[in-house]
Design a protein. Structure first.
Length: 359
């Protein structure tokens, strides 16, 4: 339904309709000019050749320094989505199962399905502040469980996991010998501190997936990274070798520039999204919706009891606003997801239309 809505929104736009698109996690802001300039300079300097499938040494070293790991634990991937895919491919080859808390980013389940692995969904609820029930989690682990995927901060709730719950999950996973893949693409721009999976073990028993798309508004550049034990890093590199070979070096140089300027760039991005989140929270609360306050960009995932979110989403699209139905993130038909990825004035108009449509 997520993709159906997007196609429909594009079609309406091509027919001349104005659609405010709050249905995808693709920020409206431009990639910072310093990053664009760095790519251009690298291209002009002839950095347009094949290169290492691990990624460029300087970039791996910088990422390692930021996360407090060794450069040998870092591999550069064409987008973090590819990093998640490659990790799941290597961990779930030949079957097994993976536990994923919901609501979730659908790619995890779709990837598992493609690999012939089973996904065990662990439901969390708004009313429990989206907390993972640790007993339920432990009860779901069986002899075939190969990994747990966490998305912290979460898409679509923008919730940062509280430390106590995360501590509990790591303890259970470590005790039961299950690897955690922690997708932290929204971590660096979260409004509250997000404890990283790497804070638990310096030996990289667990895996971090991260990227540049969200932190630096670089969705179309396709660059991300995995931090893991050396064996997994070597094996992802082999997958890179037989597929994409390497992320273009000029893109890696641009990403490095982003990391060098990360304080300045991410604080500006955070500020803007925090303002948008405040604005959305006010209007949505007035409209009588329940939701958790976003701890991170870009999403709000409100609930209205009795709502048929797919019908609501289609009706709203007719009124010129695209959002995503809750069913795109698991069994959450009473919810819908708003991406605050448009200029404030447009978000304001869209929020008013949403309130109006809810009656
Ligand atoms: N993880 C999550 C939770 C996401 O929401 C997204 C993008 N929607 C990604 C990963 C993929 O990001 P990238 O552009 O780095 O592939």
């Amino acid at each position: 339904m997520l993709y159906e809505i997007n196609e429909k929104a594009l079609k309406l736009e091509s027919e001349g309709r104005k659609i405010i698109r709050l249905n995808l996690g693709d920020p409206d802001m431009a990639t910072p000019p310093e990053i664009v300039e760095a790519a251009y300079a690298a291209m002009k300097a002839g950095k347009t050749k094949y290169s290492s499938s691990y990624g460029e040494k300087k970039l791996r070293e910088k990422i390692a320094e930021i996360h407090g790991v060794k450069a040998e634990n870092v591999v550069i991937t064409p987008g973090s989505k590819w990093g998640v895919f490659a990790t799941m491919f290597l961990m779930l080859k030949g079957g097994g199962n993976v536990i994923v808390p919901t609501p979730y980013w659908t790619a995890y389940e779709l990837i598992a399905k493609t690999l012939g692995a089973q996904t065990k969904l662990l439901r969390t609820e708004l009313e429990d502040d989206w907390k993972v029930d640790l007993d339920k989690l432990e009860g779901m682990i069986d002899k075939d469980t190969r990994m747990i995927i966490l998305n912290n901060p979460n898409n679509p709730t923008s919730k940062v996991m509280d430390e106590e719950t995360l501590d509990g999950i790591v303890e259970i996973a470590t005790k039961r010998g299950v690897t955690i893949l922690s997708d932290e693409v929204y971590g660096a721009i979260a409004f509250t501190k997000t404890k990283s999976i790497l804070e638990y073990d310096g030996d990289c028993k667990h895996i971090l997936s991260n990227g540049f798309s969200k932190t630096f508004t670089m969705t179309g550049w396709r660059i991300g990274y995995i931090i893991a034990n050396k064996l997994l890093v070597d094996n992802i590199t082999k997958l890179n070798q037989i597929t994409v070979n390497n992320v273009p070096v000029f893109i890696q140089e641009a990403a490095l520039k982003g990391l060098e300027l990360r304080e300045k760039i991410s604080s500006a991005i955070k500020l803007e999204y925090e303002e948008r989140a405040k604005m959305a929270s006010k209007t949505l609360a007035k409209a009588g919706l329940s939701f958790s306050q976003p701890d991170a960009p870009f999403y709000v995932f409100p609930k209205r009891p009795g709502l048929d979110s797919e019908k609501f989403t289609l009706d709203l699209l007719d009124k010129g606003v695209a959002v995503a139905p809750g069913t795109s993130f698991g069994d959450y038909r009473e919810h819908f997801r708003i991406s605050l990825t448009a200029p404030r004035e447009e978000i304001k108009v869209a929020l008013d239309k949403i309130s109006e449509a809810l009656g």
